[in-house]
Design a protein. Structure first.
Length: 387
């Protein structure tokens, strides 16, 4: 039987993270204004958190008395907006791919590195088949030679390097096989680009890099083809959706509080004909929030059963990302409609949440693409038949 109740242990972690997120909000406006105009720096512990344990780390060390690390981790993302990351820089997405698919030798050699994930290229984001960057094997030196350009790479300007997915130059059968390589910023031929200025999420740096005949030995090549490299997204996409829901929670709570100041309390028991338009809008947005919550928890439950590298819940992961991105867009937009000018005022964070939210429906695979992936899996379409 499915049990939706939280254990005391779950609640303890939700309270801990809520406290940290609320602390972060005190600094959020200043960081939002300034972060992209400062050179990216590797984060250290924010002084306001001195002496406070990291809730995610605590959970990782022991999830006893909770609904399990995977479930509670997702729930923690959804309590409210994470406006500021106040903890030292963690491992990047690429480090997780190394953790999933690296050999013991590769983990021993590269495990200490903080690695971004380099997939997107100027002409290839939604459709990796268009990747123009290449790898080739040079038998004369027993090295792989990497060339090309990657863009919009999260935190690349402060991490040590990246796991980058490239397509091979055509083999004898004309195939261009995908393969992932570990590259570091000190390699000859690695060129970092300037930070990308964007609509929202200013606390979060993205930039690009080029690879100009980077030469790496065999140990830098991961046993991670396209499918394996992308499998990490099945774990992460629902978490991106969960983070978006956390942001929406803050937006909804703020909007309800503002409506209450104006004398409008949402009465959930009142029938649809008796409700005001504002109440109806809030209730509908909260229903979307709940639907997204349920979709995320379902995929996280499947992850608990099947393991993090399983492909057994990739459709559900895409569903979660699609509905989370949609909720982020529609709820923040809907709340602005109810808030009016206060929604746009820099006296509050609502306008920031509105800007931050849009990105959730783009990165880690845009909503349009998730819906295509779901349609392919559910209806059995092949690539090219539907789009
Ligand atoms: C904050 C942020 C962080 C990111 N971090 C990383 C990272 O760490 N590593 C990395 O590799 N990339 C990263 N990205 C890139 C991101 O994954 C891509 O931007 C995203 O996948 C979309 O790809 P694209 O930019 O090439 O857009 P495009 O593929 O050109 O798409 C543009 C628009 O067209 C739509 N579209 C495309 N094809 C179709 C179709 N067939 N049918 C309907 N609509 C379609 C898309 O949904 C999108 O809305 C990041 C992006 C952002 C904004």
């Amino acid at each position: 039987m499915v049990d939706f109740s939280l254990t005391e242990g779950d609640q303890r972690f939700l309270d801990l993270i809520q406290e940290e997120y609320e602390l972060g909000r005190k600094f959020a406006r200043e960081v939002d204004r300034e972060a992209e105009h400062k050179p990216p720096v590797v984060k250290t512990l924010h002084p306001a958190l001195e002496g406070k344990p990291d809730p995610y780390q605590l959970l990782h060390e022991s999830d006893e008395g909770t609904s399990g690390e995977i479930m509670v981790d997702a729930l923690m993302h959804m309590v409210s907006a994470k406006d500021l990351d106040m903890r030292p820089e963690g491992l990047g997405f690429g480090s997780m791919v190394l953790e999933d698919f690296g050999t013991d030798e590769q983990k021993a050699k590269f495990g200490h590195l903080r690695l971004a994930i380099g997939l997107t290229e100027p002409g290839a984001g939604s459709d990796p088949g268009n990747m123009a960057s290449t790898w080739r094997y040079d038998a004369a030196t027993d090295e792989y030679v990497l060339n090309g350009e990657k863009v919009f790479i999260s935190a690349i300007n402060k991490l040590d390097g990246a796991v980058t997915l490239l397509r091979g130059v055509p083999d004898e059968q004309g195939r261009r096989l995908f393969s992932s390589f570990i590259i570091t910023k000190d390699m000859k031929g690695f060129h970092e680009m300037q930070q990308f200025q964007k609509l929202g999420m200013h606390q979060f740096d993205i930039a690009g890099f080029t690879m100009d005949d980077i030469r790496v030995p065999a140990i830098n090549r991961l046993e991670a083809d396209f499918g394996r490299t992308m499998s990490r997204f099945n774990h992460n996409r629902p978490l991106v959706a969960a983070g978006a829901l956390g942001l929406c929670r803050s937006m909804l709570d703020f909007t309800k509080a503002k409506l209450a100041e104006g004398g409008i309390e949402v009465d959930y028991a009142r029938g649809v004909k008796a409700r005001s338009a504002a109440e109806d809008k809030i209730i509908r947005m909260e229903a979307l929030w709940e639907a997204a919550w349920g979709t995320i928890m379902e995929v996280k439950w499947k992850q608990t059963q099947l393991g993090t590298t399983s492909l057994g819940y990739r459709t559900e992961a895409s569903m979660a990302k699609a509905i989370g991105g949609k909720a982020a867009r529609q709820i923040t937009q809907g709340c602005l409609e109810l808030l009016g000018p206060e929604g746009l005022s820099e006296d509050y964070l609502a306008e920031k949440w509105f800007r931050d939210a849009r990105i959730a429906d783009i990165y880690e695979g845009a909503g349009e693409i998730q819906r295509i992936l779901v349609a392919r899996d559910v209806l059995g379409y092949k690539k090219g038949e539907l789009n």
